[in-house]
Write a protein that binds this ligand. Sequence first.
Ligand code: AMP
Length: 281
Amino acid sequence: MEILKTPEEMRAWRRALPVSLGLTPTMGYLHEGHLSLVRRSLAENEASVASIFVNPTQFGPNEDFDRYPRDEEGDLRQLRELGVDAVYLPSVETMYPEGYQTYVTVEGLSQGLEGRSRPVHFRGVATVVTKLLIAVGPDRAYFGKKDAQQLRVIRRLARDLDLPTEIVGCDTVREEGGLAMSSRNAYLSREQRAAALVLSRALAEAEARFAEGVRSAEVLRVIVSGTVGAEPQGELDYVSVADSETLAEIEGDIEGVALLSLAARFGPVRLIDNVTLGEGA
Ligand code: AMP
């Protein structure tokens, strides 16, 4: 497994590789959710790269960049065991050299949901993903549906900038009990982790009501916020029922496909989760 640390090294490796290439971008501290993306990349491409980069520009000033969990050695061991061909491991200085001043902004899609609570987040995500796609030059890039808004922002930027990479969305991997896997789960106490199960339970409850025929977006929002609100350890940030494509909040009844998503804080950890209501993703 090659370890490539600069865009020049990365591009030279890619140019010498006359086969289809898949990329899985990550911030490391890998768990089964990340590994499911890597496995899909390995299955669908002749060669696969994973990137590990904790991207400072997608963290707000009061967020957890400094204490984001890191385990480079463990990550590299897992990627080697899976059979990844190369890991792209740039430093912050390589990605953002002194004088850096270019950012990618996906305007509408970045504004609601996570964007409201995290105003600089998607500018950072769009910028780093664009840089990774340019450096790696993959045929396909793999992203989790757990970060539903992120997936839509990246699909939009790839389309808008005519990037030649196919963006592939992959299902959310959950722990037993339903909690969506996340590197940040490492910072939950045992009690908080048990309390956080309320998120997937609330989403499943709303899904069941939708399956029974409930179409009112507001009724579904109330079901989710009621269930999460009943958990004293959780502090709900938002519940959204939005058009799955535009992410515009739905006011009346759900007619097409909707994204039901939420964010909540458990102690020091902010968690997100979502389900899709209706067909598609
Ligand atoms: P991160 O390291 O958190 O930036 O995540 C890297 C990629 O893994 C993103 O595309 C995430 O959406 C995806 N991912 C994170 N957690 C999960 C999960 N539980 N299931 C599926 N994909 C995930």
